[in-house]
Design a protein around this ligand. Structure first.
Ligand code: PMP
Length: 334
């Protein structure tokens, strides 16, 4: 049988290490029998399903092929024609790539030394040419969180003519008490767009389902770019089944949180600098020869991670993966 998964520990894409729960697999298997049928021309049922879950109106939801698909549509609408799009650097690679594809200009603002997005500098980078500002919470690659207070103050600094994307791809890993109340903010800031995905905590990365939440006028502008028949029928089936398997999903998220904290603590015990992560990865703040040594050792142990100029992002895998990472990094620092 051909495997879709590379050998070694695949810790470079912030995937979870578990396949879908059995009930979700069964639902998907059943749905395969109708693979000869097209999905909806433009998705209606999936936004309805998500809206029902979130307790909002369906016209506040736009779905896409992963959050990446939604980002593509957002930048097609707001980031073309040389428009400036302000974002942190590093950030999720998709942002600079998609903005450039759409004909916009990414404006990159360095993180603070602690791996946090510099909200004051991001706000200060907004000019009359800026159409979009992007922040991620938790942030990719550092896992740091923006507090509700910080985010609200930030929104107050951004002109209402500029669309603010709050990317919450990893929000399911954040404790309920630490989350931003996005629905309260959406009432007050019609220029806010919140992004989420089923690729991370829900483990459906292969099926490509993400969505945006915003004011109906904004959602309509983004949805205008949707590809006809662009969302698979399996996406809807999987989301529905995941919602019904919520206790299992939550248990996995809790377990991954424990693995993450063990990974972070283990790396810190080796004297390495790792910001508190609220997502399913840890960020090792290393640069120069030490970063090269760690990256080389991990690659040699067949552990795949993602390197940045200021550090190395390591996705949280299972216990065996964490043990392998810690043993390998230990060998480079001792
Ligand atoms: N936003 C962030 C912050 C991400 O890290 C990612 C994926 N790594 C995405 C969006 C896109 O995820 P997907 O397209 O799989 O939903």
């Amino acid at each position: 049988m051909t495997s879709l998964v590379t050998a070694g520990h695949r810790l470079q894409l912030n995937e979870i290490p578990y396949g879908p729960p059995p009930s979700v697999r069964e639902a998907l298997s059943r749905a395969l029998a109708s693979a000869n049928r097209y999905p909806e021309f433009l998705p209606q049922r999936l936004p309805r399903l998500i809206a029902e879950r979130l307790g909002c109106a369906p016209d506040r939801i736009v779905v896409g092929a992963g959050a990446t698909g939604v980002i593509m549509h957002i930048v097609q609408e707001f980031g073309s024609g040389g428009a400036e799009v302000v974002m942190a650097t590093p950030t999720f690679d998709g942002y600079p790539i998609l903005v450039s594809m759409a004909g916009g200009r990414p404006v990159a603002v360095p993180l603070t030394g602690g791996g946090r997005q510099d909200l004051a500098a991001l706000a200060a980078a907004v000019t009359e040419r800026t159409r979009l500002v992007v922040v991620c919470s938790p942030h990719n690659p550092t896992g740091t969180l923006i507090t509700p207070r910080e985010f609200e103050d930030f929104l107050g600094e951004i002109p209402t003519s500029v669309t603010v994307v709050l990317d919450e791809a990893y929000v399911d890993f954040v404790a309920a008490g630490d989350r931003i109340d996005v629905f309260a903010l959406l009432e007050r800031y019609p220029n806010l767009l919140v992004l989420r995905t089923f690729s991370k905590a829900y483990g459906l990365a292969a099926l490509r389902v993400g969505y945006g939440i915003g004011a109906p006028e904004l959602i309509e502008r983004v949805a205008r770019w949707q590809l006809p028949f662009g969302m698979t029928a399996l996406a809807e089936v999987a989301v529905r089944a995941c919602y019904e398997a919520e206790p299992e999903i939550e248990a996995r998220v809790a377990m991954l949180g424990e693995h993450r904290d063990r990974l972070t603590a283990g790396l810190r015990e080796l004297g390495l600098c790792v910001p508190d992560s609220y997502a399913n990865f840890s960020y090792l703040t290393v640069a120069g020869p030490q970063a090269d040594a760690v990256a080389t050792a991990l690659a040699g142990a067949d552990i795949h991670v993602k390197a940045y100029p200021t550090g190395i992002r390591i996705t949280v895998g299972d216990r065996v993966a964490t043990d392998a990472v810690l043993a390998t990094v230990r060998s480079t620092v001792l």
